[in-house]
Design a protein around this ligand. Structure first.
Ligand code: 5GP
Ligand code: MN
Length: 328
């Protein structure tokens, strides 16, 4: 639970501030964009002059959200305060870090790997999404829940819970959903636009990735070299949710996806079953995330990174199978 003193401090700071910069992380997912817009639009409705920034372009999937075009990668002017959402460490905002060095004023997040890098940290690691944290906090922070803000927050919640299916989905996630729907957000159209529908090039990318898939020792893994993106005609920055799909494989403990980046690094995404903490692995490589879903970037060739990461993942599973079972 978030300490009341931190909520009070954030409310007072927001009350005193007129020009506010809100930032989310690189390679934004639905929770990053939904939380950025949801908080930004609520602050605007409260009369604030708000700039919303993301270091990477808004993925096409989320271009149905209100005011997504207002998101910039180059914020201009001076700000009274800077807020970071859905981000566990300052390095995850890329060049936008210069906007708040050394620390942002407020951080809203739910990652277990969060380093507490804000001056005020509104961190709830039991929440299924940052949008869920925000949905509960807007009223205590004296911010209005407009219909547009509610639609953005519900998008974040639906995406991070994969449609209420992840292990973190709780009665609090459902209570937040009820509140957001009562404020006018459409669960049907958001689920349809953000989760159900995908582009044909994303489907072809899955085909490319799945053709490389292997399964061994309780691990399923696949690769997306740059050539796969070209072959699929996929222009996006991410994996088109292929890591989540790999995580649906039966009879495995961990799914791993390797995505080659244009800068020569390999992005790794882990997904795991309850009891296997892949955030620990991700953090060992400078990344982060949640126990069942985490990521990191490692410099090196696809073959090198694949070998290193699979060895570490096997090692984690060996340690877990060797550990004494908890007594009942
Ligand atoms: P994904 O594998 O879909 O990129 O991310 C899974 C989870 O891990 C998300 O919560 C995401 O924010 C987090 N994550 C992914 N990559 C990184 C990274 O490089 N650094 C940190 N700190 N978190 C990451
Ligand atoms: Mn999130």
């Amino acid at each position: 639970m978030i300490p009341q003193t931190d909520i009070d401090a954030a409310r007072d700071l927001l009350g005193r501030s007129a020009r506010i910069l809100v930032i989310c992380h690189l390679s934004p997912d639905g929770d990053a964009i939904g939380s950025l817009l949801g908080l930004g639009l609520a602050l605007r409705a409260a009369g604030k002059d708000v700039t919303m920034a993301c270091p990477d372009p808004v993925p096409e999937t989320f271009r149905f959200l209100p005011h997504w075009e207002d998101i910039t990668n180059a914020p201009q002017g001076a700000f009274d305060i800077t807020i970071v959402v859905d981000t566990s460490d300052a390095g995850r905002v890329g060049a936008l870090r210069a906007a708040f060095e050394p620390n942002p004023d407020i951080v809203f997040d739910h990652h277990v790997s969060n380093l507490g890098f804000g001056r005020i940290n509104l961190l709830d690691t039991a929440a299924a999404s940052t949008a869920e944290v925000l949905a509960a906090l807007l009223a205590p922070l004296n911010l209005p829940m407009t219909e547009e803000a509610a639609a953005c927050l519900l998008t974040g919640l639906v995406c991070d819970t994969q449609g209420f299916r992840t292990s973190y989905t709780s009665t609090r996630s459902l209570a937040a959903t009820q509140r957001l729907m009562e404020a006018g957000a459409s669960l049907y159209s958001i689920s349809h636009d953000a989760l159900h529908k995908r582009s044909f090039s994303a489907m072809r990318l899955w085909g490319e990735g799945l053709s490389t898939a292997k399964m061994e020792d309780g691990i399923v893994w696949a690769k997306l070299p740059l050539s796969a993106k070209r072959a699929a005609g996929y222009g996006g920055n991410g994996d088109a949710d292929l890591a989540d799909f790999l995580g649906t494989a039966r009879d495995v403990k961990v799914a791993v996806l390797f995505v080659e980046r244009p800068d020569g690094k390999i992005k790794i995404s882990w997904r795991s079953v309850p009891g296997v903490n892949v955030a620990r692995l991700a953090m060992a490589y400078g990344g982060g995330g949640h126990e069942p879903a985490a990521g990191a970037e490692i410099a090196g060739s696809m073959a090198e990174v694949e070998a290193i990461v699979l060895r570490a993942t096997r090692e984690l599973l060996r340690e877990l199978s060797a550990a004494p079972k908890p007594a009942h």
